[in-house]
Design a protein around this ligand. Structure first.
Ligand SMILES: Cc1cc2nc3c(=O)[nH]c(=O)nc-3n(C[C@H](O)[C@H](O)[C@H](O)COP(=O)(O)O)c2cc1C
Length: 334
């Protein structure tokens, strides 16, 4: 049944397919709440009691951008993901860029220029509260600044998102690497990381970086993150503007999927070399098989995330990778 639904979705235009996927997941969510036994214990609360520890159901998570409004993390966890990154959420709701804004690119890639379309933090928090108690895997909130917030004031957006969402989530991912909000990627700097340190909550905190940064710049940022008490590590990587331009001639948007893998792998390897065992790495970018997931693990990733691979291969890929990694749960201290 899931197999056929997934095949039908792939026949629809990409954003229409995404809306239908969310609709179907919402139906599944109703079924779960009505008919399946759910734990009724907030993992956020559990992890708070377990002083400075976060326990992942398994090492495979869903990357940011799929459940932008935190509406369907519960059914997604039932598909087998060991954690879910919801968002990107911004303080105020945003429409995002005009449509069309996602394209399928062969082989097994996507280019998107969504532009942080989301319901805003107030509604996002309500959505989280509604189903958080039923969900037993960690939920990380991916946060970003509003399009109209100038970079000089961006830290205020992150600060308010931290304080609004800290009670509801198990950790945060700071998104300063989306190519679809003008100027956002300039925040990938030591100075901005220092501002983040001043406002960071007592929660696990990762910084999500772009694969298009020079290795020297990445190295500096990794060193800063390593030396800071505030950050638990990095999410590597976001989508690539460079691949969108060089391989598909698109000057706008970010590429994800098949051709991103090598670059993301390179970033993970460099990061692990610098972090040694001190910090954690969540790897994302072109992972669409057990072999690729294992390669990321070998290069030093603690956790793995999917987006485009999940779009093309569907729920079967989740089961395959979880089984292939042959891990049960995974615990991180912070
Ligand atoms: C349609 C789409 C929307 C995305 N939205 C977000 C987002 O809101 N925030 C974010 O940090 N990353 C976002 N991403 C990036 C993914 O989380 C991931 O970093 C990237 O797609 C690389 O992984 P993949 O090759 O497995 O897709 C988005 C990706 C896609 C394809």
């Amino acid at each position: 049944m899931l197999f056929f639904l997934h095949k039908i979705l792939l026949l629809l235009p990409p954003e229409v397919a995404h809306h239908w996927a969310i609709f179907l997941l919402k139906l599944y969510q109703k079924f779960i709440i009505l008919f399946l036994e759910t734990k009724k214990s907030s993992s956020a609360a559990l992890h708070l009691k377990e002083v400075r520890k976060i326990r992942f159901g398994n090492r495979l998570g869903l990357a940011a951008g799929f459940d932008k409004n935190a509406e369907v993390f519960l059914p997604l966890s039932h598909l087998g993901f060991g954690f879910i990154e919801v968002g990107t959420v911004t303080p105020n709701s945003q429409e995002g860029n005009p449509k069309p804004r996602i394209w399928r690119e062969s082989p097994d890639g996507l280019i998107n220029q969504m532009g942080f379309n989301n319901c805003g933090v107030e509604q996002f928090k309500k959505n989280l509260k509604k189903n958080r108690l039923h969900c037993s895997v960690p939920i990380l909130a991916n946060i970003g600044k509003n399009k109209i917030t100038p970079n000089e004031l961006a830290i205020q957006d992150y600060k308010s998102l931290f304080s609004m969402l800290a009670p509801e989530v198990d950790g945060f991912v700071v998104n300063i690497s989306s190519p679809n909000t003008v100027g956002l990627r300039e925040l990938q700097s030591i100075a901005f990381l220092e501002h983040l340190e001043e406002v960071a909550p007592q929660k696990p905190l990762w910084v999500k970086l772009s694969p298009d940064l020079d290795m020297d710049v990445l190295k500096e940022l990794f060193l800063k993150i390593k030396s800071s008490q505030c950050f638990l590590g990095c999410v590597l990587t976001n989508t690539s503007r460079q691949i969108a331009l060089q391989e598909y001639g698109r000057a706008e948007g970010g590429y994800s999927g098949e051709k991103l893998f090598e670059r993301s792998l390179e970033c993970v390897a460099l990061c692990r070399e610098i972090f040694n065992e001190k910090k954690s790495i969540i790897a994302v970018g072109g992972i669409n098989s057990v072999v690729r997931a294992k390669k990321m693990r070998q290069e030093g990733a603690d956790l793995i995330e999917l987006y485009t691979g999940f779009v093309y291969k569907g729920p079967a890929l989740v089961k395959e990778i979880v089984k292939g990694l042959a891990d049960e749960s995974f615990e991180l201290s912070f």
